[in-house]
Design a protein around this ligand. Structure first.
Ligand SMILES: [Zn+2]
Length: 82
């Protein structure tokens, strides 16, 4: 499944192995300092978090940036290519 987002959404993963949150999309709130929007990749609910760093909306654990696993080697990919 190839999902692309406009703007500055980035994909992050919950760092708790037992959490079933899966990939999450995270975006800094442009209107407020230390505020974040966090939602499922599939859409649906988007949570607003007031914190210096975004956390998992399901278990509260830290998030880690998801590394693209299918990017062709040797070809730099731009997150703004879309
Ligand atoms: Zn979690």
């Amino acid at each position: 499944m190839q999902v692309q987002f406009r703007g500055d959404w980035q994909v992050e993963l919950c760092t708790r192995p037992s959490c079933g949150a899966g990939p999450l999309r995270v975006r800094r709130d442009p209107c407020r300092a230390d505020s974040w929007w966090v939602g499922r990749l599939e859409g649906g609910t988007v949570w607003h978090e007031a914190a210096s760093e975004p956390c998992c909306p399901f278990c509260g654990e830290d998030l880690a940036t998801a590394m693209p696993q299918s990017a062709p080697a040797g070809r730099p990919s731009s997150p703004h290519a879309a």
